[in-house]
Design a protein around this ligand. Sequence first.
Ligand code: NAD
Length: 292
Amino acid sequence: MLLLDGKLASQAIKSELKQQIINLKNDRKPHLAAILVGNDGASETYVASKVKSCEEIGFQSTLIRLPHSASEVELLQKIDNCNHNPEIDGILVQLPLPKHINEQKIIEAIDPSKDVDGFHPVSVGRLVQGLSTFIPATPYGIMLMLEHFNIETKGKHAVVIGRSNIVGRPMSILLSSNVSKGNCTVTICHSATKNLKEICLQADIIVAALGRPLFVTADMVKEGAVVIDVGITRIEDASAKKGYRIKGDVDFENVSAKASAITPVPGGVGLMTIAGLLKNTMQAYLNRTQQG
Ligand code: NAD
């Protein structure tokens, strides 16, 4: 069994980006602005590791914080400032947002040329049409991981569990596209899917992105399948240092005995998501500096 180690693969990508930065002729470095509303523990952790990764490779980053009580108008104002700031290449608004803010309105307010999370309808439309675009960071990270470990995908049957705009749906589009590490026959499953176990048993590649800890069990997995676990759920555990443990959507212990390759949680897709975001930010910078 091959462990699809996100640490290894993301380090390789970060090293490449670091070298690209060293070779830049321009004094101005790629600049990511991250906007965090409120102080949700998981969101704080995600944003902190994105900002830290920017620093590690020589990108500039700005963390813009707003209180949980901030209004939609205040957030739109911050986005507008970033859209018009020529020194900022990429903007990300950490999701989820407080309930009183319309998430879709916020996503659509980001200038598509700075949409490094790839959630704007323009980015998604371009992805569907196979045009150059910002690919949502998690599916992008998974494609980079398949590339890094040279996983064969052409002609394989991939089953994606979950149809969210940020993971499942774009993942299904990428795996079915005529691109490197695409060309799969894809089945996308969701909460209304019947016979999920039978469908999974036909999969050469399973991408589990539903947010239900240990949902994919060994009896759902064909011998030799490649298993990608996107799930991140905090499970309270008083014996753990932080008071919780992170669990994926796959029963790693038992599924790893059948899989030919599998991602761990933590240490798998999460790290690749950051790598995808950094690659998008570099691309946004290159697009903008080449234009100007
Ligand atoms: P979501 O809640 O938006 O979507 C979950 C999807 O799973 C839905 O489309 C739903 O139809 C499907 N689903 C739910 N129950 C199901 C069932 N019993 N059978 C089949 N399908 C079912 O979640 P999301 O934002 O796509 O995130 C999914 C998971 O991935 C979460 O645990 C999230 O924390 C994690 N995540 C991880 C990363 C990362 O970097 N590793 C990034 C984003 C999300």
